[in-house]
Design a protein around this ligand. Structure first.
Ligand code: SR1
Length: 360
């Protein structure tokens, strides 16, 4: 992709950049900014890292789906770069199993623990044990309930807000909407807060049905639910689906019912497969707001590594999203997350939990 095309891509995709809550109307050209410039190490590698003696336990609630696979790939790449052993477990959607895995990480005296998703009531008791055992802990997308832990999130209010800004522009702020949501997942709960406020601010928007399921085959389960909901509500013109597995399921339902001209989808997250779905001919998925999940996985491991080294890390770390539209993707010929992150350096956040002894 040449430079002129990249500049066009930036304008077309309306990248939110690094400023939370402020879609960049006129984003800067896609050259390295100070936040994305490669940095050379400023301090020596701590002995424990140099010796390969650092173990970080990654305790996951979920592992299937594009988002979670990309996130893990980023975490593994960062662990390799920092010479850290990443000990990975997943509850595979079973919260009790995740809690048990977390207890085991505490018992095994990991040097640090990253908790990836989970329900507060099932992980907080074991997080308290980690804190009592002085094991540093980073909690991604789950409230750790402990001020000693670092809480890492994406800016979920902004994710919902960006997608809904396109829904509002497309619908003129009125019409029947199908909403996809499952309560209890912290990022979805935060996006739901924005949706609730959006409905208050836009009384012409009518939520006619709510569906949703999170399991190991979320997209196909949601597709079945969405088909039924669309058949029961023929006036629906928009679907708010703020998780990419929801959006993929919704897209499948809309296409199978032959409604792609009439019903548009506003989602969250991005992957190469998602970009494929958004850009295929006749796709109803017109906008998504997303971080680069691999970058977020990298940030989680960096934050944990800093804590192991005794460095101070802010209690709350937030990764900003970018607004990505179907039109922008098509016009700029972007077909993969790799191309997307090249076009948008703001999707990579090396200054969030920067590790001073590592090159970035
Ligand atoms: C079931 S929770 C799914 C969400 O977790 C991450 O925050 C992703 O953005 C995804 O949408």
């Amino acid at each position: 992709m040449n430079l002129a095309r990249l500049v066009g891509a930036v304008a077309l995709l309306a990248l939110a950049g690094c400023s939370q809550g402020t879609p960049a109307a006129a984003p800067s050209a896609p050259v390295s900014s100070s936040s994305s410039a490669a940095a050379t190490p400023t301090v020596a590698v701590p002995a424990k890292f140099a010796a390969g003696n650092v173990r970080i336990a990654l305790v996951r609630q979920l592992s299937s789906g594009d988002y979670f696979e990309q996130w893990l790939a980023g975490a593994q790449a960062e662990a390799k770069a920092l010479n850290v052993r990443l000990e990975i477990s997943s509850g595979d959607g079973n919260n009790d199993k995740q809690a048990l895995n977390l207890e085991q990480a505490v018992t095994a005296k990991a040097d640090a623990i990253v908790v990836d998703h989970g329900f507060a009531q099932t992980v907080q008791p074991a997080i308290k044990k980690a804190v009592a055992a002085k094991i540093p802990l980073v909690a991604f997308d789950v409230d750790p309930g402990a001020p000693e832990a670092v809480a890492l999130t994406q800016d979920d209010h902004e994710i919902a807000g960006q997608a809904l800004s396109v829904l509002k522009a497309d619908t003129g702020g009125s019409g029947e909407v199908l909403y996809i949501y499952v309560a209890g997942f912290a990022p979805l709960d935060r996006r739901n807060e924005t949706w609730e406020q959006f409905k208050k601010d836009n009384p012409g928007i009518k939520q006619v049905a709510q569906i949703g399921v999170v399991n190991s085959s979320t997209a196909s389960a949601v597709a079945d639910q969405a088909k039924a909901a669309l058949q029961a509500n023929p006036g629906v013109k928009a679907i708010f689906a703020p998780y990419d597995e929801f959006a993929k399921g919704a897209a499948l339902a809309v296409k199978e019912l032959g409604l792609a001209e009439k019903v548009k989808i506003y989602g969250a997250d991005v992957s190469t497969a998602d970009i494929g779905v958004m850009t295929e001919p006749g796709s109803p998925w017109v906008a998504t707001s997303a971080t680069d999940p691999a970058n977020v996985g990298r940030v989680a491991v960096r934050a944990a590594a800093l804590l192991v080294a005794g460095s101070t890390v802010e209690h709350a770390l937030t990764v900003p999203p970018a607004l990505i539209t179907q039109k922008g993707l098509r016009d700029s010929g972007i077909s993969s997350v790799e191309q997307l992150t090249r076009a948008f350096p703001g999707l990579t956040t090396p200054d969030v939990a920067r590790v001073p002894w590592a090159a970035s």
